[in-house]
Ligand binder design. Structure first.
Ligand SMILES: Nc1ncnc2c1ncn2[C@@H]1O[C@H](COP(=O)(O)OP(=O)(O)O)[C@@H](O)[C@H]1O
Ligand SMILES: [Mg+2]
Length: 270
C-alpha cells in the first residue's frame, strides 16, 4: 500500500536535550506532514529554539529518535540537515546587509558548485522569488535597503535553493508590521502549496490561526498539547502555553478533578 498523504515526513519521539542542569527539552513527540504547516508555540524559555537547533543539526539530542521519510536518522551537523533536506531559516536570518539579493541567495554555494554565471544566478533568483510570489523590486539592490518582510523572503528563498522537503522558520513574523506579516504568511502558504512540510515557530496566535494546520504547544520543555487549528480557540492555545490548562491527555486522566476556571468560564458563573 502506498503511504497515505498524512503519514508524517518527519517524526520526533521522546526527544530530550539538557544543558547541564537545564532540561531544555523533555520527551518531545512531534509529527510534520508534507503540505501542512505545524506551528510550534510556547513562552520564552519553553524550548522552541532548542528544538529548531536539534532539527537543524546544531544540537544533538541526549535521547529520543528522529524519523525522516520513514527511516530513523541522526542529524549530527548542519551539513546532515542540509543533505537530508531539512532547511532552517533562523530568527536572525543571517543575511549580509551589504550584499545584494542574488549574492545573498547564492552565498557559500554559488558559482563553483553550480557553474552558474551572473546571468544564470539572476534568472534562478527570479525563478525562486516567483515561485514564492514574492514582492522584491530588484535582485540587484543591497539587502540593507529591503523591508523586514522582503528580507524574510530572501532568507526563505535561500533555504529553498537546496530543494528541501521540510522548512523550519523560527519566529518569521516577530519583527514585522501588519502588511509585511501578511506577505510572509502568504509565503508560508506557498511553501505548503508546494508540498513542503513546514514548521513555524511563533508567538502570535493570529498568525497561527491564519496559516497553521496543527499547533504543538511547548511548556517548560515538554509537550503541552497538539491541536488541530480549526478545533481550538486562541484562548485554549494560550491556556496551554501558560499552563492555565494542563495538556489534554492529563486533563482526560484527571477528569474527576474540578478544572481550574478560565477567565471566560469565570464570567459565565456569577
Ligand atoms: N546553549 C545553551 N546553554 C545553556 N542553556 C541553554 C542553551 N540554549 C538554551 N538554553 C536554555 O534552555 C531553555 C530553553 O531555551 P530556548 O530553546 O531558547 O527557549 P525558547 O526558544 O522557547 O525561548 C532555557 O531555559 C534556556 O535558558
Ligand atoms: Mg527562541
Amino acid at each position: 500500500m502506498p503511504p497515505s498523504t498524512t503519514d508524517p515526513i518527519l517524526s520526533l519521539r521522546g526527544i530530550t536535550k539538557s544543558f547541564g542542569a537545564v532540561a531544555a527539552l523533555t520527551d518531545i513527540d512531534l509529527d510534520v506532514v508534507s503540505g501542512q504547516v505545524l506551528a510550534v508555540v510556547g513562552d520564552n524559555g519553553a524550548g522552541k529554539s532548542t528544538l529548531v537547533k536539534v532539527l537543524s543539526g546544531v544540537h544533538t539530542p541526549d535521547s529520543g529518535t528522529i524519523t525522516f521519510e520513514s527511516g530513523q536518522i541522526e542529524i549530527s551537523s548542519p551539513a546532515d540537515a542540509h543533505r537530508l533536506g531539512i532547511a532552517t531559516v533562523f530568527q536572525d536570518l543571517a543575511l549580509c546587509e551589504n550584499l545584494n539579493v542574488i549574492e545573498n541567495l547564492f552565498l557559500g554555494h554559488e558559482v563553483r558548485a553550480l557553474r552558474l554565471d551572473d546571468v544564470a544566478m539572476e534568472v534562478r533568483s527570479w525563478e525562486l522569488l516567483r515561485q514564492l510570489s514574492a514582492k522584491i523590486p530588484s535582485v540587484r539592490v543591497p539587502v540593507a535597503s529591503l523591508s523586514g518582510g522582503q528580507r524574510q523572503t530572501v532568507a526563505i528563498a535561500r533555504s529553498l535553493l537546496a530543494d528541501p522537503k521540510v522548512v523550519i522558520l523560527d519566529e518569521p513574523t516577530a519583527a514585522l508590521g501588519v502588511a509585511q506579516t501578511a506577505e510572509v504568511l502568504n509565503l508560508i502558504e506557498r511553501l505548503r502549496d508546494h508540498g513542503l512540510g513546514v514548521i513555524m515557530i511563533s508567538h502570535n496566535m493570529a498568525d497561527v490561526k491564519a496559516v497553521a494546520d496543527k499547533v504543538g504547544v511547548l511548556r517548560l520543555g515538554r509537550n503541552n498539547g497538539i491541536f488541530d487549528v480549526d478545533d481550538v480557540s486562541p484562548e485554549d492555545i494560550i491556556a496551554a502555553i501558560t499552563g492555565a490548562r494542563d495538556n489534554v491527555v492529563a486533563q482526560r486522566s484527571a477528569r474527576h478533578r474540578q478544572p481550574a476556571p478560565t477567565s471566560a468560564e469565570e464570567g459565565s458563573h456569577p
